[in-house]
Design a protein around this ligand. Sequence first.
Ligand SMILES: Cc1cc2nc3c(=O)[nH]c(=O)nc-3n(C[C@H](O)[C@H](O)[C@H](O)COP(=O)(O)O)c2cc1C
Length: 390
Amino acid sequence: MDIEKPLHNDNFMHGLGANERALLEKIPLLPLRKLAAGMVRAKMRVQFTGWLQYLLPLIFIVTLSLLALVSHLLKISFLASIFSALGLLLGIVALIDLVTVKFKLRFPESLPQRNNDLNLFDLMRARHSCRSFQTRKLTEADHSELMESVSKYLAEPKIGKSPIRFEYISAPLTVWPVVNATEFLVAIAPAAYNRLSVIDVGRSLQKVVMDATRMGLGTCWIGPGADHASIKQQLGKRFNPEKDHIICVLGVGYKSNYIPLFIRIFNRQMSTNRLPLSELFFADSTFTTPLDVDATPFNSFGRNYEICQWSPSSYNGQTTRCAAVTDEKGALKSFDFYAATASQYYAPVALGIWAANWEMGCAALGLQGHFTVRTEEENEALPRYDLSWH
Ligand SMILES: Cc1cc2nc3c(=O)[nH]c(=O)nc-3n(C[C@H](O)[C@H](O)[C@H](O)COP(=O)(O)O)c2cc1C
């Protein structure tokens, strides 16, 4: 058995994102972990060329062709026919994806309908990440409505004290695995790390996302899949490396029905599953007793639990937890929000998104409240306390 170095000394993981590190750290043997890290790096290089989405089916086509060949050599003709047919079918789909999505040879698509008729809770459930966009730019009217929403939420009071901002870019940034996104909001916080500012990014940008969803626009939060070099190049003088830190970007535009097979599979994997409420909301800060969301007084928060549960999070990591705090008579004092992982960026962004959904849900239900931070609870133990709603 290999003797392992402490994980934090693993230099070969340098430069990899928190999600990749978390996955690699699950590999028990050091040589295997190093090999996997090399493969992840190679994948990252190819993914930012914008070709990986179209190359991945090739692996399956080659595998099916080899299986067909072996079956043919072994004279198992029915298997050879099945593998050949599957390989051919996949080849045709991959070719159609390449022509319609990569080379954009396709019929024009119509503008989507607005979602004015949906209540807030249904609107939040209707939102899912859009990973294939139409080739048209936002109309002038939609662009100005979006930018009004940006100004509105940036002007709202923040939880942290440091300023954040969202810069608009109209350019085909290299992002993964999203295709044909050409308009983005780049979320920027101060270079000096401040956790509350990162939470503010999640909270304010999620409110913009909900306005965009109301307008019928598709959105996709992009963190690990964003190539920072291309973003900085597009921002030019709007980015100061000494003062600014890019937290993530939001791709925004009109959803396309031309979705490459790989992205259809990716969407299905990432969008459709959420942890049950019993693993997200707790009746105690030791996270042992699930909160009975149907019991008084918690039931007055209605679908708030559900809209937090269906919040977006990086790689669907679902890193936010909530504990209800009650006094000795059972009266509700606060809902405390915690991050379940040590991630410095994507966990606080996800928590900020929960905070936005919780806050907007309370407003829709006519429930008064506001966020505070109990500073005396600053500790690094997980789950890590961040915010309280009173
Ligand atoms: C901070 C953050 C970063 C994300 N980064 C990416 C990304 O790089 N690429 C991507 O395709 N999706 C990204 N997502 C979207 C998540 O994968 C998605 O929200 C999650 O899988 C849930 O799916 P849904 O948004 O469709 O409900 C990100 C989401 C968040 C909140």
